[in-house]
Design a protein around this ligand. Structure first.
Ligand code: HEM
Length: 471
């Protein structure tokens, strides 16, 4: 009996905790921020590379103090699994305090992105319908139309040598037009180049991402005065709000006079208008989030996919052959591979809702944990030859088994990205058309990486020659 007791005591004594997690030298007040200041070892817009480098020395779990916040970072897929499996039904993501503050005071409504707890749960009910297969299919024809418009646009936007310079900028127009048919259910004509509202929206969408990022990183000076980041967030929000509100008024009138027509034509907007938990302002906030959620992320994923395909003729030809088939399995594998190598989110973050054991450490409730998926998914430990773009690894015929938590480009669990299905469909529809109409040649020897602009985007312009095929 005595023996058992002392064994128990020994086990207790060796339990490592948060304070034992490795870290780097830090300084009072600034913590580890010095590493990211001008002249420092790392750059904040290259956080993924910094995390990769630090984990080489400290191992797969370590802590940093950045911008006043204590972060626990893991690059380990098993620990990521534990994190998500213990997140509960109301996962807590660190809020975007500036956006939360601005919306709460101006509209008394925060939306699904910055919200948490019961507030988040209410808003989540407004985005869940996006994951429905019937809803997704109801937009397929309109997605085809937008993709056709992009093909026509591409033919005229190429320079005299057939090169589309800085593809990302053009794909942003596609992304905005593509999401607009779903939300707000009014098609912005970004690709026909004569819609002034569309060009305001393009500028405001970019400013919004910059404003979000500038108010998110670094100390919250916006609480004291309107910083340039806060002003950008506020003014872009005002523009997008006005446009969304205008279209919502129109669709609301249709809903009041002929709900069945809206139900048939605009399944997503119908689900929002019909959701009794949501106030009018809640619906505007959600519309803005669904609209904005898919812009940078969509354009980036498409730009990077075209970049990888233009770089490798063999893979491109295989994708083109697949584009002639019905199920488009290889094209889907290409998208997965792009999202593995170039995920738009650097990390998936959660605040622990209970004490949780991650690796050797018992981590207390309320700790902010970042599962750095952009590092994990490019690690040879999880994917053979990880730096090689190899869509075949995702095909059924391939026998390689993957850790299910090694590549999580859309997050995981009750808070995972609600746009996943819709956007995956949008990707294959456009890629199919591009590959059947053009052969792609990369211009220059650009070695494209990624930088943070809230989401991660290509770090340099991607220019591609689009040569007409005979299809
Ligand atoms: C390649 C395209 C996209 C990627 C890679 C992506 C990725 C993500 C990720 C990683 C999250 C966080 C998930 C988590 O915390 O577990 C997220 C959340 C979200 N995404 Fe996406 N997304 C994409 C497109 C879209 C689209 C098209 C929409 C709108 C239709 C959208 C709307 C949202 C919203 C509203 C959230 C917040 C969900 C919540 O907090 O409950 N996303 N997305």
């Amino acid at each position: 009996m005595k023996n058992m007791f002392s064994t128990h005591q020994t086990t207790q004594a060796i339990q490592k905790t948060l304070k034992d997690v490795p870290t780097l030298k830090s300084f009072p007040l600034i913590g580890h921020t010095y590493l990211f200041l001008p002249g420092g070892k790392y750059k904040s817009e290259r956080l993924t590379e910094a995390v990769k480098d630090i984990s080489k020395n400290l191992g797969p779990i370590f802590k940093l103090n950045l911008g006043g916040a204590n972060l626990l970072i893991t690059t380990d897929a098993n620990q990521t699994r534990t994190l998500f499996r213990s997140e509960g039904l109301r996962p807590i993501r660190p809020p975007f305090p500036a956006l939360y503050y601005y919306r709460k005071k101006t509209f008394n409504s925060v939306g699904v992105v910055p919200g948490n707890g019961e507030e988040w749960h209410k808003f989540r009910s407004g985005v869940i319908p996006l994951l429905g297969t019937t809803l997704m299919q109801s937009y397929a024809e309109r997605q085809e139309d937008v993709a056709d418009s992009f093909i026509s646009y591409l033919r005229t936007a190429r320079n005299k040598d057939g090169v589309l310079e800085d593809a990302m900028e053009h794909l942003l127009l596609f992304a905005i037009e593509a999401i607009s048919v779903v939300c707000p259910g009014h098609r912005f004509n970004c690709l026909s180049q004569n819609d002034s509202q569309a060009s305001d929206i393009v500028t405001a969408s970019k400013d919004f991402m910059v404003g979000m990022y500038e108010t998110f990183i670094g100390p919250p000076l916006w609480k004291l005065f309107k910083t340039s980041g806060y002003k950008k967030l506020e003014s872009s929000h005002q523009i997008i709000y006005r446009v969304m509100k205008g279209h919502l008024e129109t669709i609301k009138q249709q809903y009041e006079t002929n709900p069945e027509a809206v139900k048939y034509e605009q399944k997503y907007m119908y689900s929002l208008l019909n959701n009794k938990k949501l106030s009018e302002e809640d619906i505007v906030m959600l519309s803005m989030e669904v609209f904005l959620g898919g812009i940078d992320t969509t354009a980036t994923t498409l730009a990077m996919t075209l970049y990888y395909l233009a770089q490798d003729r063999e893979i491109q030809d295989k994708a083109r052959s697949d584009a002639e088939t019905e199920d488009l399995k290889y094209l889907r594998a290409c998208i997965k591979e792009t999202l593995r190598m170039a995920p738009t989110a650097g990390a998936n973050s959660r605040i622990l809702v209970e004490d949780t054991t991650l690796g050797d450490y018992l981590i207390p409730k309320n700790t902010l944990v970042l599962a750095f998926s952009s590092v994990t998914s490019s690690d040879d430990q999880y994917f053979k030859n990880a730096s090689h773009y190899y869509p075949d690894r995702w095909m059924r015929t391939n026998n390689e088994e993957f850790h299910k938590f090694a590549s999580l480009p859309f997050g995981y669990g009750p808070r995972m990205c609600p746009g996943k299905k819709l956007v995956e469909n949008e990707f294959v529809i456009l890629l199919k058309k591009i590959l059947l109409n053009f052969e792609l040649e990369l211009v220059g020897k650009a070695d494209v990486g990624m930088v943070y602009r809230m989401n991660r985007i290509p770090d340099k312009p991607i220019s591609i020659k689009f040569v007409n095929t005979n299809h």
